[in-house]
Design a protein around this ligand. Structure first.
Ligand SMILES: O=C(O)CCC(=O)C(=O)O
Ligand SMILES: [Fe+2]
Length: 271
């Protein structure tokens, strides 16, 4: 088993100069075949084992429509750790800071979007993920953070895949996703559409990953199919980002110190 995982790890591929340029220009990039298929299949098996064949164990409250999340914090897991480390290395290349800033692990989790037609009364995870930026929920004093969003099966747009506004990472901070009432970021900032083309919801092959900056405006549609959408997400941040004292959605801020870097124990520097 050990040897097998080591061989798989070796097959994780680096990001290319073209991918780095795309990320810099548009605020997101699609990394095709980023995670080798045997690792993707192992991830999917792990997700089903932990969340049930349909990924509907422990559904979130109704107010959280995006997906059913299962936090992993897989730093000690022999399958997850090589992927997390590889996301760290790749993030460092994509971020392209000239100052020698490293990459800090934030969190990793499965995100299973339930089919809308199977939505359960009183439970969430089966809606759309409306237009937003991630920055306002990072508790960080600087941008540069990014999300690696990995498709664990092939998925067409009707599965509720990601869409991005090209170049929107250059337009400043536009609020937390919970602040728009029945609207979304675009209803508050419709002028963005004059400048930033909407990619539309993308198609993914199993093992394809999109990476977006926490400043990039993005969304994911509802899952209109009969089957769950299986996604694995890794979130990283620049290692020199400091805690703002604010709320954070993807982790518990207890123990963090205002204007200090995130603690190395829970948030190790991985690249
Ligand atoms: O997967 C989704 O539905 C939304 C994901 C998202 O907003 C993110 O990864 O930042
Ligand atoms: Fe997001």
């Amino acid at each position: 088993m050990e040897a097998q995982l080591a061989a798989v790890d070796g097959a994780l591929r680096p990001v290319t100069p073209g991918e780095i340029a795309h990320y810099q220009k548009f605020g997101w990039v699609k990394l095709e075949k980023f995670i080798p298929i045997n690792m993707v299949n192992a991830l999917l098996a792990m997700a089903k084992d932990k969340m049930g064949e349909r990924g509907d164990r422990n559904l979130p409250p109704e107010a959280f429509s995006y997906f059913n999340p299962l936090t992993l914090r897989g730093l000690n897991d022999p399958l997850l750790r090589p992927i997390i480390d590889h996301c760290g290395r790749s993030a460092r290349a994509l971020m392209a800071r000239r100052a020698p800033a490293g990459i800090r692990y934030f969190t990793d989790f499965f995100a299973v979007k339930q089919p809308t037609k199977q939505k359960r009364e009183g439970s969430g995870g089966a809606g759309d993920s409306d237009w937003h930026q991630d920055f306002a929920s990072a508790g960080s004093d600087r941008s540069g953070g990014m999300v690696f969003w990995a498709a664990l099966t092939g998925m067409e747009p009707e599965k509720g895949t990601m869409a991005f506004l090209n170049g929107s990472h250059r337009y400043g901070v536009m609020g937390h996703h919970a602040t728009y009432g029945k609207g979304n970021l675009i209803t508050q900032y419709p002028e963005l559409l004059d400048e930033c083309a909407n990619t539309g919801n993308l198609a993914y092959a199993a093992g394809d990953v999109t990476v977006h900056s926490n400043m990039t405006v993005h969304s994911a549609g509802p899952n209109l199919t009969d089957d769950p959408r299986w996604t694995y997400i890794v979130i990283v941040n620049p290692a020199d980002a400091c805690y703002t004292g604010g709320a954070a959605d993807a982790f518990e801020p207890g123990g963090l110190v205002l204007h200090k870097e995130f603690e190395d124990g829970r948030f190790p520097v991985i690249a």
